[in-house]
Design a protein around this ligand. Structure first.
Ligand code: F0G
Length: 351
């Protein structure tokens, strides 16, 4: 029986006899082929569907490790800044471990489902007049002086947990893909995947992918080479102007002969719709940045025909119902009788 990441990948993780083997059965997520998009793009495209994790995002991988270590070290509380997913994961795992979770979020910029999660898991929710970067600066300061453990991805245990996704990709595919495409926000996840691929390659000669990371255009600090004071994108998960793991992301790019590029909100929106309509996977907008990037790099030749590409779908679409409803044109037919519906079916079939 699968019992979670800490047990499965013990030998690769900072797990010792005092580490509580905390788990909500995170990880072990599917690598789903995307046949329609593959055909359209002329590549072999797979999705690592991290939205099926217990709290609906990849953050569970890092959080199970960070909260287990906090518990092991005798912490009573954890704190994080978040665009929503980190806070949902922190809240769930803290509850599970018997710790208190303080979450600091940018006012009005957290998707509804993520906020609902923090409420339900019983987190102490602090909303600030500022963006994610301001919130992160604040919690780093607080965690230095107060009796709370910081569980943002500047906590190295987060990266340790998250690198397990790369192990799974290699195990599922039988080797590393040619390209790993991933959204970039605070840049922890691209750092973690690259570390994971390298460690697995050292042990198992599984090969290394090129890392293609994608920021949202209005929040593309790494691409522009300077922090952005007022980042903007409808993909609120990656609305980040000064990524904490900036240097590690650049190292992943350079060591792997990859790229960090920007995609526009229009490109993100098109990818967000395309994967749901064509291949039946509902992801959140931040996650769609990776597919938008794949589409862009196939067009530009940075991804070559026939290559095997894994796109990381970091979060579940259900987390952000407002984007689905407000950004995608939907027709809801208001019909009440058998005849009306039968007539509608006939007309729609004829289209
Ligand atoms: N995709 C989703 C759905 C995210 O929530 C995040 C980050 C990213 C991608 C980017 O990952 O920061 O490691 O480069 N969300 C953080 C949060 C910032 O607070 O939930 P990254």
């Amino acid at each position: 029986m699968y019992e979670g990441l800490l047990k499965k990948y013990k030998e690769f993780l900072p797990v010792n006899e005092n580490t509580p083997l905390l788990s909500l059965h995170e990880g072990n997520t599917p690598l789903v082929p995307l046949p329609h998009l593959s055909e359209k793009l002329g590549i072999t495209l797979y999705a690592k569907t991290e939205g099926v994790n217990p709290t609906g995002s990849f953050k569970d991988r890092g959080m199970v490790m960070a909260v287990a270590k906090a518990k092991e070290d005798g912490a009573k509380a954890v704190i994080c800044a978040s665009t929503g997913n980190t806070s949902a994961a922190a809240a769930a795992y803290a509850t599970r471990a018997g710790l208190k979770a303080y979450i600091v979020i940018p006012e009005g910029k957290v998707a509804l489902g993520k906020l609902a999660q923090a409420v339900m898991y019983g987190a102490d929710i602090i909303s600030i007049d500022g963006n994610f970067d301001d919130a992160l600066t604040m919690v780093r300061d607080i965690a230095e002086k107060e009796a709370v453990t910081l569980v943002n991805s500047v906590n190295p245990y987060r990266i340790e947990g998250q690198k397990t996704a790369a192990f799974e990709v290699v195990e599922q595919l039988g080797k590393a893909p040619d390209v790993l495409a991933i959204p970039v926000g605070n840049a922890g996840n691209i750092t973690a995947y690259w570390k994971g691929f390298k460690e697995f390659n050292d042990k198992k000669q599984s090969g290394l992918p090129r890392m293609h990371g994608f920021e949202a255009e209005g929040a593309a600090a790494i691409v522009q080479g300077a922090p952005i004071a007022a980042p903007e994108t409808f993909a609120t998960a990656i609305r980040i102007g000064n990524p904490a793991s900036w240097a590690f992301a650049e190292a992943a790019r350079d060591e792997s002969n990859g790229f960090i590029d920007a995609v526009s909100d229009d490109e993100i929106l098109a990818a967000y719709q395309a994967v749901a309509r064509m291949d039946g996977i509902f992801i959140e907008p931040g996650s769609a940045a990776s597919l938008a990037g794949v589409i862009k790099h196939v067009k530009s030749g940075q991804i070559k025909p026939g290559e095997t590409v894994v796109t990381v779908f970091t979060g579940n679409g259900l987390k952000d119902p407002d984007s689905a409803i407000n950004k995608v044109p939907a027709t809801i037919h208001r019909l009440n009788t058998y005849d009306e519906i039968a007539k509608h079916l006939a007309a729609a079939t004829a289209e």
